[in-house]
Design a protein around this ligand. Sequence first.
Ligand SMILES: Cc1cc2nc3c(=O)[nH]c(=O)nc-3n(C[C@H](O)[C@H](O)[C@H](O)COP(=O)(O)O)c2cc1C
Length: 232
Amino acid sequence: MTNNYLADRLPETLPADPMHWAAAWLASATNNNIQRNPNSMTLVSVGPNAAPSARIVLCKAFEADPGYVVMYTNYESQKCLEIEQNSNVYVLFHWDSMGRQIRIGGTAIRSPATESDAYFASRDGGSQLGAWGSDQSRAIESHAALVRQIRDRAAEQGVALADAHGTRVAEDAAAISRPPYWGGMRIWASSIELWIEGKDRIHDRALWTRKLTPNTAEGFDFSAWTGTRLQP
Ligand SMILES: Cc1cc2nc3c(=O)[nH]c(=O)nc-3n(C[C@H](O)[C@H](O)[C@H](O)COP(=O)(O)O)c2cc1C
């Protein structure tokens, strides 16, 4: 049986593989180029005193099996400092023109260094330099100071710039290595809700949960998903 991932309702018997449904929705949003950054998602973390904070990040991989999403960031940013203290996070995708929303609750852990190296190497030189140049989430006195900092750090990396004041890396610049404080975060799903917009606000919703158990390797063992239909 082929799954009709883009039907306007979830099957009456809920599927056992909600992450595959979510991956298919993301693939459809991406392949149809339905908006700028169709892979953007809101990432919610929890700070001191249980205060939530949220920001948009880009989903760079959606691994339906074993069930995590990957984003890249500065490990010393506010979000990562919060995650170090409390690894419970939430991510939210919304594609208005598709009438679909995905909510994923889970646990964030750093990606293996080799994976972050490979992704960093695939980025363009300007973005690589940006990762070296910005102490994400920290205060700085001015934009001019930020530009100076980027230039200084480029010089420290031995990277020639093609423009006088920007981050455009010269064609013949040496390869830039990944900053030790920058890399991937894997968000392992322990809950996922799929939401499809319906007529007269009779939306279709279902929530699946599973148990994650940390394993000795870099990740989690997990139980099967259990799905429940929810009222809209
Ligand atoms: C469309 C869009 C995509 C973004 N993608 C990322 C991203 O992939 N990684 C990242 O660290 N910040 C990304 N940002 C910036 C974040 O929203 C945020 O400003 C930054 O990560 C600092 O957040 P924090 O201070 O809460 O840690 C993106 C912002 C937008 C609007």
